[in-house]
Design a protein around this ligand. Sequence first.
Ligand code: GUN
Length: 316
Amino acid sequence: MLSSGPRSEAATLTNPRRMSAQIISGRVIGEHIRAELRERIAALKAEGVTPGLATVLVGANPASQMYVGMKNKAAQEMGLHSRQINLAPDIDEAELLGMVAGLNADPGIHGILVQLPLPGHVDEGLVLETIHPSKDVDGFHPMNVGRLATDSGDFFAPCTPAGVVEMLLRSGHDPAGKHVVVVGRSNLVGRPLASLLLRKGRGGDATVTVCHSRTEDLGAVTRAADILVVAMGRPESITADMVRPGAVVIDVGTHRVDDPHAEKGYRVCGDVLFDEVKDVAGAITPSPGGVGPMTITMLLANTVTSAERALEGRRN
Ligand code: GUN
């Protein structure tokens, strides 16, 4: 079982009713997946193929700059070919679409990621539809969304929900047959995660409930979960009374909140009130250090898969 730090025996002995949860570390699990990817990358290189990732950043949104920088750094560390394209915030939509079309046609690029959000004058949907589905390592193209939803053919799953499923499997919490409650219905996380969990086979076969802002008595639904995945985008909103004792809790949220007691004047937290919920849950992801590191790892995994498919296609 991959986790950072076993249950504290001392805590168990001193207070048997307040056992601390197993901590599921995205850093530890992500490193295991990266070790597997290194072998696949070496095999591709032996065939003369270096997986290539292109990231497109429009404008200078500080958070987007940071995320794109982290993605490129991770790709480089893994020995991937990575290309970052920085574009002015007022770029013409047609010029951006032309840039994407050029990357579609570039045989050295296997994955294309256009960082979201895009400026208001650009049609985000049109840009995502212009990325060739076979290079859409974000899994946002309607072809990939549809194939995931219908569980048919080759597709790329979005990185964050794919990371959540890997964390569950690799920490010993296979969702098969379990009641998984997903809080959040976004296209980035909630919806694709529900589709992944409903598939037949590895990482699927779960019974899935999706909650959202209009769900009545959210706590009554979350308390029914064997596995609770929270992607609601509100800091520390899931409290101990909303979690069934022993449940597995996966926190997708990452927020910076003001904290006058912290050295920097802020601290980072998730959608789950960690300090409270860890005493009720059987297993829990921290934030930071949980789902976040998995997202970039799954982007690398999708890029490597894309390169493998391209090589296979060349052989056939
Ligand atoms: N913006 C926030 N998350 C993501 C993501 O996973 N992919 C892209 N392309 N943009 C994002």
